[in-house]
Design a protein around this ligand. Structure first.
Ligand SMILES: Cc1cc2nc3c(=O)[nH]c(=O)nc-3n(C[C@H](O)[C@H](O)[C@H](O)COP(=O)(O)OP(=O)(O)OC[C@H]3O[C@@H](n4cnc5c(N)ncnc54)[C@H](O)[C@@H]3O)c2cc1C
Length: 446
């Protein structure tokens, strides 16, 4: 999956293989692997479910893939948080907490497959982010326990701002063994599909729904036609040429939700309890990364870029891009809170021609007011929300003194020679600005 959405990365990842796969059964095995890798100077590529899509999982320097799914226990849940081993699947965590009325605040659209450590080390936001923000926002990760890769491996537990030293670090600075996450009330959720005759009506509706703080919601995804028409399961629930908004609201918010729909002239075609929609999958499997995944079943050549349009005046910026790219491709957005602001994350979905075309699209999005991250390169510094600061470099030096963990990907490392001049890395992206946190010096106990 690591290069699934990018023809450029797929090309540049060809012939980059690991040499072996190891699968620890418990913490003692993890320590033994860390020690052995340090002694043999063997690169380690950590692996959960392998669903990351920013190239995080491509081993640039060979070595061993460490499959962490053997450490899959959900350890405990109490007082609104849960602690699980690194390889616990997100769906298993929800199954553990839901009977007592709690669930994860945020999960990726890959909830069925992906692991908690993979999400924290490789993902950034998802279903729930329209209310709770991104994982990097304070309070969205409680604690991370990790082991260093040294001849005498040490263990560290990060809390507070320090969790961001390992979040979205692509497994470059320690082996995560346990994670503690905050929980939210597990509302009975209603999935909805609402259609609008024009794109900006759908965008304005989405913005008002996102900013209606009294309405409890979990996801808002907007697709102009024909994006949703390419998703076979969704096709019966749209209106030809219209814009489709898919969302999830708490059952108790349904009347208020319907008022927002009416105020914007929307036409509702689906209201169904979570997982019971007529499209035969949970609605969250038609949002975030899964939108392109579903579309690619019919249109494998389409691509997108990771633009982030933020308030103030996000709708004006979104409209500029909608008009600019009208003849290129239809707009797709997932709404989220980002550092407290409402954000539209997305781009047009368009047929890939070459990197020069992609660069033009990126320049156009930036001119319209978007920050654009790079989802077509393996290099962490360029492709995500990564804190690049002294704290991060210092922490990596403590946790991975021999530079064995996913070499070449760390935000603090110089790009490896093999990606110099790569078409993906050369795209004119700026990344997503974010107040840098997690810079405090962390003591790794001996
Ligand atoms: C269809 C699709 C939809 C997606 N939707 C979303 C979405 O909504 N939101 C989002 O944020 N992301 C999304 N993603 C990408 C996202 O990163 C993954 O889906 C998921 O969260 C990663 O979990 P995983 O277990 O598959 O991790 P992997 O892919 O196995 O690993 C991800 C990264 O974490 C590192 N890692 C894994 N385990 C450890 C460990 N124990 N210690 C240290 N490092 C470790 C790996 O080395 C790698 O760099 C999507 C991807 C796809 C293909």
């Amino acid at each position: 999956m690591s290069t699934f959405f990018s023809p450029t990365m797929r090309r540049e990842a060809a012939e980059k293989f690991a040499e072996l796969i190891v699968r620890p059964r418990d913490r003692a095995d993890v320590i033994a692997i860390a020690r052995a890798a340090a002694i043999a100077r063997m690169p380690l590529m950590m692996r959960g479910a392998g669903t990351c899509n920013f190239g995080q999982g491509i081993p640039l320097r060979g070595g061993a893939i460490v499959d962490m799914t053997g450490l899959s226990e959900v350890l405990w849940a109490r007082n609104g948080h849960v602690r699980a081993q690194a390889g616990a699947r997100l769906i298993a965590i929800d199954e553990f907490t839901r009977p007592s009325g709690w669930e994860l605040r945020i999960h990726p659209s890959t909830k069925r497959a992906s692991t908690i450590a993979g999400f924290i080390a490789g993902g950034h936001a998802g279903i729930g982010s329209v209310t709770y923000g991104i994982l990097r926002d304070r309070g969205n990760i409680v604690a991370i326990e990790a082991i260093s890769v040294e001849e005498e491996p040490r263990s560290v537990e990060l809390r507070g701002d320090d969790v961001n030293l390992m979040h979205h670090a692509y497994g470059t600075n320690g082996i995560i063994t346990e994670i503690e996450m905050p929980l939210a009330f597990a509302w009975p959720w209603i999935e909805t599909v609402v259609n609008f005759p024009d794109f900006m009506a759908g965008a304005r509706f989405s913005y008002e729904l996102a900013s209606s703080d009294g309405i409890i919601k979990k996801v808002i995804t907007v697709d102009a036609a024909p994006n949703w028409e390419y998703m076979a399961a969704m096709r019966p629930f749209g209106r030809a040429g219209w814009t489709m908004v898919r969302s999830m609201v708490a059952e108790q918010s349904l009347d208020a939700f319907r008022s927002v729909v009416a105020a914007h002239g929307g036409e509702t075609t689906v209201e169904a309890p979570e997982g019971a929609g007529p499209y035969r999958a949970p609605l969250w499997e038609f949002a975030w990364g899964h939108t392109m995944f579903q579309i690619s079943k019919e249109r494998p050549g389409l691509i997108g870029n990771t633009g982030l349009y933020l308030d103030p005046d996000v709708l004006t910026a979104v409209e500029r891009s909608y008009r600019r790219f009208a003849s290129l491709g239809a707009m797709h957005f997932d709404l989220k809170r980002y550092n407290g602001q409402i954000g539209f994350q997305g781009s047009p979905f368009y047929a890939f021609t070459n990197e020069a075309q992609m660069a033009d699209v990126i320049r156009g999005m930036a001119a319209d007011g978007a920050m654009v991250a790079n989802n077509h390169t393996f290099i962490g510094r360029k492709n995500g929300v990564i804190a690049v600061n002294d704290g991060e470099a210092e922490f990596k030096a403590k946790m991975d003194p021999h530079g064995l963990m996913n070499p070449g990907k760390a935000a603090s490392e110089a790009p490896p020679p093999e990606v110099h001049g790569s078409a993906g890395a050369a795209l004119p992206t700026t990344g997503w600005a974010y107040e840098s946190r997690g810079a405090s010096a962390v003591t790794v106990p001996s």
